[in-house]
Design a protein around this ligand. Structure first.
Ligand code: HEC
Length: 196
């Protein structure tokens, strides 16, 4: 009788192990599922992790704080927003960086930079960009891959480390968001900073 119980117990343990092994084996399809994401889905995921909306999406201001304005997703610094006056001495090297409340304009020793319109609007966004231009810009830190240096706080140095596949996915997602017409101002040189 005892022997029977022991065998039964051992059998049960064996069965539990098999079930455990099988359940851990079950995670394989999930991982494959993640790899099977479409480039647009992958790009959306990377945009979320990369915090692109923090700087590139204008905000709605709620009692809980600023939240991304979904109607202007990734549309960049609002063309009609004015920056409050400030003392340029505040942003001398080693002092402060200042940001507007949308977090779309940043002031520092580099002057004033305005987060770009990443939507596919042809006139004011990235509608005319090719995948090659996007990858080149993120890899080199040059505007459109060949122009002036891309200014802080755009974290292109981190994006330069991304795989080609991930940069392509980012671009595919950016091409998929609704186009928003919003002409972001050109950056302001350090010498001309003073509350524009
Ligand atoms: C901390 C703020 C910040 C974050 C986070 C950020 N950006 Fe930017 N980005 C900027 C600013 C500011 C500019 C404009 C810089 C300039 O005018 O030189 C910019 C410019 C760009 C440009 C235009 C580059 C060019 O060639 O002119 C692209 C494309 C871009 N960002 C993509 C992204 C993507 C994709 C992400 C997320 C993975 C992201 N950014 C995250 C602030 C940010």
């Amino acid at each position: 009788m005892r022997k029977g119980l022991l065998t039964c117990g051992l059998l049960l343990i064996g069965l539990a192990t098999i079930i455990l092994l099988q359940t851990s084996g079950c995670s394989a399809p999930d991982q494959e599922g993640a790899v099977m994401q479409s480039p647009v889905e992958r790009g959306k995921y990377l945009v979320t992790l990369g915090g692109c909306n923090d700087c590139h999406t204008p905000k709605n201001f709620t009692p809980q704080g600023p939240v991304p304005d979904e109607t202007r997703l990734l549309a960049g610094h609002p063309a009609d927003a004015t920056l409050p006056e400030f003392d340029p001495a505040l942003v001398a090297p080693g002092n402060w960086y200042l940001f507007n409340s949308h977090l779309t304009a940043g002031v520092g020793p580099w002057g004033i930079s305005y987060a770009a319109n990443l939507t596919p609007d042809e006139a004011t966004g990235m509608g005319l960009w090719t995948e090659e231009i996007f990858i080149q810009a993120m890899r080199t830190g040059k505007h459109m891959g060949t122009g002036r240096p891309i200014l802080p706080p755009m974290p292109w140095q981190g994006l330069a480390e991304a795989t080609d596949e991930d940069l392509k996915a980012l671009f595919a997602y950016l091409k998929s968001v609704p186009p928003v017409k919003n002409a972001v101002p050109a950056p302001v040189e350090p010498g001309e900073v003073g509350g524009k």
